[in-house]
Write a protein that binds this ligand. Structure first.
Ligand code: G3P
Ligand code: MG
Length: 499
């Protein structure tokens, strides 16, 4: 197939330009804007022109619709709110943690559950608290029938900085409320790039609340399931070798990172300046003798030129063997997975920075241009269905740990700042969605394309308090009256449910 479509070489653009200029009209901002000078308009000091205009043979408008994230093109969410539509291809997610945890429990002679090689299970403060509440009121029942799902960036933190209301919202849910009860909440972020425990340690210090591994999902967390499918994989993105560590923890058996390949053959990435330190820490081997079976983009690329070149070489190779070029670009192409599809990510910079979604679109365009066929790929993370299904699993498991009841609460509230990610996914999944104004969303009353079903709030604390009042009554009090047994104020770090 030809590398370009005929439409790329538009024949109308140049005559239109000539026509508009001869009519004294300006072009559209996207073609030759009103404020930017067109080279031919700049007169030299002698009153003449230093340049001449040559009609372009290529259409000045890029044809990009096909590269957009699938969900951005879906029908308006206004019509689909509350439904549990299936969207996207089928994506593996890990099996329920509950099965593995229960299978690791056996019963000792005294009838108490025990784990092989582990200390006996002790009832935690939280389970005791739930037993104390066994005379439970209607309010307690309702509190046990709800859960929160928190986006992180733009809701609880900005990078390493706390959004102050985030701390108080979590304190309330960790037991500083009139019932003295923990209200289940999990964290669902499209963030990535380091092992879960490292991210949790960092985050819990910032938000000054305990966070447990079993209530935490990063964009690549469900990709753990893929470890069973492939032997040798290329893992891309993140700082240094942190994503290699993530993949190791997920059980991937043979992990290659781009530095290993550059160390083997530096000519593969002609613009890369490869340091001695990088050479020493990489793991080169003869990649012309190894089939890389899949590509996992776990996190944002730190070197687009190198990563895109290596990914493209592998996608166009014969079954992932570097140094080969497939005759048929489709049948021998290895799969590529992305951990999330966000276009932009808020950072310390004044306007959000490009994220994995834009990196992916670049790759898709390059692949189509070079091979003539569309790239098939799988994208995890919000708003993909697999990620929400996995979140259901995590909520159910966390419910069991907090309240001893293995069930999904009926009323789930998602608090997010990104309509195209948190809100569209939560709406499709039938959750109540709360859009906050502390992150990506800076719009009016509600987002036009993906309106939050529960409403728009100035910050996460407002969202949490409004949801609690709706479920538990307008008079619900957001503090525990007895400071001596307050699970948050007297519990310190060990107040998380599982030690
Ligand atoms: O877009 C990347 C990431 O920083 C978004 O994180 O927590 O807003 O899903 P989060
Ligand atoms: Mg966010």
């Amino acid at each position: 197939m030809p590398a370009y479509e005929d439409s790329d070489f538009g024949t109308e653009a140049a005559p239109q330009l000539q026509q508009q200029k001869s009519n004294g009209q300006q072009g559209t901002p996207s073609s030759f804007g009103q404020s930017l000078p067109v080279p031919g308009d700049q007169q030299n000091q002698q009153g003449g022109f230093n340049s001449i205009e040559v009609p372009a043979t290529r259409n000045s408008i890029a044809q990009v619709d096909g590269y957009m994230h699938q969900l951005s093109l879906s029908p308006s969410m206004k019509d689909r709110r509350g439904s549990r539509n299936s969207f996207g291809a089928s994506l593996p997610i890990p099996r329920s943690k509950r099965q593995s945890r229960l299978s690791s429990v056996h019963y000792a002679d005294d009838g108490k559950p025990a784990r092989p090689g582990m200390p006996p299970i002790q009832p935690t403060r939280d389970i005791l608290a739930s037993q104390v509440q066994s005379f439970e009121s209607e309010k307690v029942k309702k509190a046990k029938n709800m859960a929160f799902v928190f986006d992180i960036d733009g809701v609880l933190v900005h990078g390493d900085r706390l959004i102050p209301q985030g701390q108080r919202a979590l304190e309330i849910l960790n037991g500083d409320n009139e019932l003295g009860i923990k209200i289940p909440h999990i964290f669902l972020t499209n963030g990535s790039g380091k092992p879960e425990q490292a991210r949790i340690d960092q985050l819990s210090k910032i938000v000054r609340n305990p966070i447990h591994m079993d209530q935490f999902i990063q964009s690549h967390t469900p990709m753990r399931a893929l470890a069973e499918y492939y032997n040798t994989v290329l893992v891309v993105g993140g700082e240094g070798y942190k994503c290699r560590e993530v993949a190791e923890q997920y059980g991937f058996k043979d992990i290659v990172v781009p530095n290993d390949i550059v160390a083997w053959d530096p000519t593969i990435a002609p613009y890369r300046v490869f340091t001695e330190e990088e050479r020493k820490t990489s793991r080169p081997r003869d990649f012309s003798k190894i089939n890389i079976e899949a590509i996992m983009v776990f996190s944002d690329s730190r070197d687009y030129a190198t990563d895109m070149q290596i990914i493209m070489d592998l996608l166009r190779s014969e079954n992932g063997r570097l140094g080969t070029m497939a005759e048929d670009p489709v049948s021998s192409r290895i799969p590529i997975y992305f951990s999330q599809g966000d276009m932009l990510c808020p950072t310390e910079h004044w306007t959000p920075r490009m994220s994995q979604g834009t990196f992916r679109i670049g790759l898709e365009a390059m692949y189509k241009a070079l091979s003539g066929v569309d790239l098939e790929r799988v994208v995890y993370g919000k708003p993909e269905l697999a990620t929400y299904k996995y979140a259901d699993e995590v909520i159910t498991s966390w419910m069991e740990q907090l309240h001893g009841e293995e069930k999904l609460p009926e009323n789930v509230y998602m608090v997010g700042d990104n309509p195209a990610s948190d809100i569209v996914g939560g709406n499709m999944y039938g959750w109540n969605t709360c859009l906050v104004r502390t992150g990506v969303f800076q719009g009016g009353d509600n987002d036009e394309n993906n309106p939050a079903s529960f409403g728009v709030f100035p910050n996460v604390l407002d969202a949490v308090q409004t949801a609690l009042k709706k479920e538990l009554g307008e008079d619900f009090r957001f503090e525990w009256s007895d400071a001596n047994v307050n699970p948050v104020l007297s519990g310190g770090k060990d107040s998380s449910a599982i030690e």
